[in-house]
Write a protein that binds this ligand. Sequence first.
Ligand SMILES: [Zn+2]
Length: 455
Amino acid sequence: MKRIFMFAIFALSATLAGAQAKYIFLFIGDGMGFGAVTLTENYLSAPKADKPGSGTLTFSTFPVSGFATTYSASSWVTCSAASGTAFACGSKTRNGRIGVNEDATENFTSIACRLKEKGYKVGITTSVSIDHATPAAFYAHQASRSMYYEIAQDLAKSGFDFFSGAGLVNPLGKDKQQENVFNLIEKNGYTVVRSLADCKSSAAPKLLLLQPEGKPQTAYPYVIDKSSDDYTLANTTTLAVEKLHNGKGFFLMVEGGKIDWASHDNDAGSMVREVVDLSDAVSVALEFYRKYPKQTLIVVTADHETGGLGVGSGENSGVSVLGLTRQKVSVDKLTRRLEEAPISYSELKAWLTENLGITISYDDEATLRNLFAQNATPKPASNDTPCKLKNTGAVGKSIMRMASAKSGGSYNTFDHTGTMVPVYAIGEGSELFRGKIDNTDIPKKIAKAAKIEWK
Ligand SMILES: [Zn+2]
């Protein structure tokens, strides 16, 4: 009897406190497994002292943490489309599908659409293109993630309030023969802005914030390569919150899309900076949470792990993450250097020392020399023979794998893996995310926190 009474008091006080998640943030680190989080926190400790340590990402201090399984309906190793569909719509599907069932005969309803129906404003943001798999899973229904034009048409019809990302991949369709999809987007009431200042000053009710024309529309530059006028996830998150904040509530999804891209290229130095970029965006949400602690829920997770990243390689007693702090450029800039002009073996070694901050050891020398000789034309007569390299993408990735391993980041694949991913939560309803869950539980738990029925 006493217990029932206590429970009633608890339930009553929860109701009186208005216990409902009204402002909901979902952060997705694409490809951000436990290895990525650990290596980034190691990296954050590195500038302070050349001693082992661990820094702190904003989200790793959250009071609730757990982990999620990520397998898809067709594979133990998911892709971003199937996992996006799982944590947006609460159902498993085959790799490659966006917001539809396994045989693409049924459309799922995402948590974003469900909240929109209840009067929440919705924002979908990413550091890659907004028609990419993860953001698309919240608003699109397509049999294949590569149907970028059709996905953009779904975006136009979504009715969501705020989008931001690099751009659209195929606004004219695959064959460049279709009507510009931006016409449909604008016809449906959206204003497209291409600078942070224009976004800030716009009073338009529905906005798409994209990179300026002339910048790549596929993704923001890697954080490590950015110039001061490039967008960060923190400043687009700040703008999203400004635009979405209203009395009825909002749902904002923020994707750190290039954690995955850097991991596919086994570029740990770029990857850790992308994780920090996501963490800085989480700090914006945390600031908001401090103003509205009883009405805000922040969830941070990943769609899958990428790269099979472990911390440690070879002679572990000598592992140091300091090399990550010395890296100045991403794999993109390395590949561009390999493509743009002939390079000799000596020049390559010097370039790597200067830009990746690595010293080529006796063992590395054998790997690097082999890689160079196999891809060089003409066959190098000496270390100083300028050569044109073929397979520059693959050569760049192999060099990055070697450089990352020297800083303690050992990758075992250039693809995704099926290991569980971390989940962090704070705020109203955060307790629901404790312990082991499946990625399909995520939208259902968000719905529960928002007190909406999941049918
Ligand atoms: Zn990927």
